[in-house]
Every structure is written in structure tokens, then in C-alpha cells.
Ligand binder design. Sequence first.
Ligand code: G1P
Length: 295
Amino acid sequence: MTIPALAPVRSAVIPAAGFGTRFLPASKAVPKEMNVVLDRPAVQWLVEEALAAGVEEVVCIIHPRKAPLVRHFSPVPELIEAARRAGRPAVEAALRRLEELAGRVRFVEQSEQRGLGHAVLCAEAAVGDAPFLVLLGDALVRSRTPCALQLVQARERLGRGCILGLEQVPRRLTDRYGIAAGEPTEIEGDWRITDLVEKPTPAAAPGDLAVAGRYLLEPEVFERLRTLAPGKGGEIQLTDAIRGLIGEMPVHGLVYEGKRYDIGSPEGYLAACIAFARRDPRFRKVVSASVFAKC
Ligand code: G1P
């Protein structure tokens, strides 16, 4: 018997259509995905992570109010020329690199706010009948291996099916996350998922493994999303669509290596900036204890 080859993961979806309510009023005119972490906006870190996982195209789901994201990924040859004339080779190189990234990013508008599941459904035509990654705009992950690549590598050992990036969370916080129940496999970090619940109370939670900002999904999830009734908060929930696939196809979890920062709030964003700076030789000095002491 021959085992069918695994379809390659060609696209990644970044849902970025939300209003950023936890970051208002800062996110009123500047989408939270445009908040700068060190030297580039958060969305660029996400696009770079997706491309490092080997995808060809990144589909950003945006609301019409989020034009700055489109502008960030639009070519502006005059800026490259200005950096060249000003004798700023590092800036020029960074702009050229951004133009390369921009060639791989496309935008799809979600004009109504109907939840994460609905946002992902908006990517259906762009993604097609193929597996795809989802990187939530709120989650930046610092890791040795890019987080999205860890999911693609997990797919190579686990085979066809959905894979959820997981993180263990304190039980009292289960009502902030999709919570998974499952059994560990023989490989450390890999779980077989048996149940999923969106934002359960600690008493109702089937465990303490939270869905943490990264997914690798099969196209069957679109069929589920199309017919799904609104769930928690009256929204079309991605968690519910994936739950519906359990039993129909393998659904696995991967407790990924790395630390996730919830950059959808000022506290998490500040923590991300400090953590990213600490690990970057260009910025490390600025956040050293001695400099902090003088602030
Ligand atoms: C979303 C998902 C939830 C997941 C969380 C963090 O919730 O619905 O299942 O655990 O992201 O990845 P949100 O934070 O958008 O309310």
C-alpha cells in the first residue's frame, strides 16, 4: 500500500479585522497589528514567521478601517531611493526586504464583525482546497524554531489532519481561551485531541491546554464554518468548527516551544517589546538592568 503524499502547506491566514478593543484608544487610527515591536510592526513579524514556515502566500483578513496594513505592504520606490541617497544601506536593505515580503501578502476584506471563524472563512477563495496555517494577529511568539514552522514539522510526523498550537495555562484563566482535552502521544508535546471548548469557566474546562494563537488546518474546516451556528459571544467560533472535525479526521495539538506574548493589550505588548529587545543584540543594551535603573 502506498501512503498518499502530504499536500504542501502553501498559504497562511492572518485574521486582523478586529477593532482592537483592548487597545483603545491607541488602536483607533493605528491598528494594533501596526504597533511597532523593535523596528517593524507586529504584522510584519507574523508575515515573516509564516514565510519562514515555507508558505508561498500570506492572506491578511482586514476590515476596511485597517488601511495602514495595506499601506505597509505597498511598494514605495521613492523611499528606497531616498534611503540610498541618504547613505543608509541598512534602511535600504530593510525596505527592499519588505518589498519582497509585500509581493507575497494579499488582503481580503471582512466587512462585518462575526468572529474569528467567520474571518477565517473569508480566506476560503484565497486558500483553496489545501491545508493552511492560521496566525492570530494578537499572538507574537519568541521561539528558537519559528512557531508556524513547528506546526508544519509536526504535520510531517503526524500526517494529514488539523494541528492546534497549544500552551498550558493556569486553570483560573480558561475562560480566555479555546481549551482542548486529549491524550498525549508517544512524542513529547504531541497530543491527540478529543474535545475542544471555547472559553469555558474553570469549573467547566475539560483541561488546562489552551489553543494559543497558531493553527494548521485542513480545508474541510471551511465546510464546517459555512454551516456553523453562532457560538460563544454570538460569534462564529473557529474552535467550534474544529471541534466538529474531531472523529472525521485526526485533530492533534502541539505544545510548541517558545513564549507567546498577547500583544492585543498594552501590558502584553510592553512585555513583548522588552522580551524581543533582550534577545536582539541591537537593542539589548537599552533594556539592560543598569539602563532601566536610570529611567
Ligand atoms: C481566540 C480563539 C481562542 C484562542 C485565543 C488565543 O480568542 O477564539 O480559542 O484560545 O484566540 O489563541 P480571542 O483571544 O480572539 O478572543
